[in-house]
Ligand binder design. Structure first.
Ligand SMILES: [Zn+2]
Length: 95
């Protein structure tokens, strides 16, 4: 999995992350920590409120490099979000 050269892709998705005029350098960079590790919880389709925080308002799953979720939990999260969609807890990607 490439670790760089993907900075531009997330701008289209996340909207508010645009920082072109800063020359690509992120100044107010917040240290990201996996929220599931931090809270010692696992992604759970029965907890759609928590899952919703890892999706865009359109219902798309946010990439781990934006949310800071670790690889293990991002994988579980993707599964749980898809499960939640089938059960209509979460919307499918609109549009
Ligand atoms: Zn984690």
């Amino acid at each position: 999995m490439p670790m760089h050269d993907e900075k531009e892709n997330m701008n289209a998705e996340a909207g508010s992350f645009r920082d072109k005029k800063m020359g690509g350098k992120r100044t107010n960079f917040k240290k990201k920590v996996c929220k599931f590790c931090a809270q010692k919880i696992e992604p759970d389709y029965k907890n759609p409120d928590m899952l919703r925080r890892c999706t865009t308002e359109r219902g798309k799953i946010l990439p781990a490099r934006i949310t800071g979720t670790c690889a293990k939990h991002q994988r579980a999260l993707t599964q749980e979000i898809k499960r939640a969609r089938v059960l209509a807890y979460l919307p499918f990607d609109k549009q």
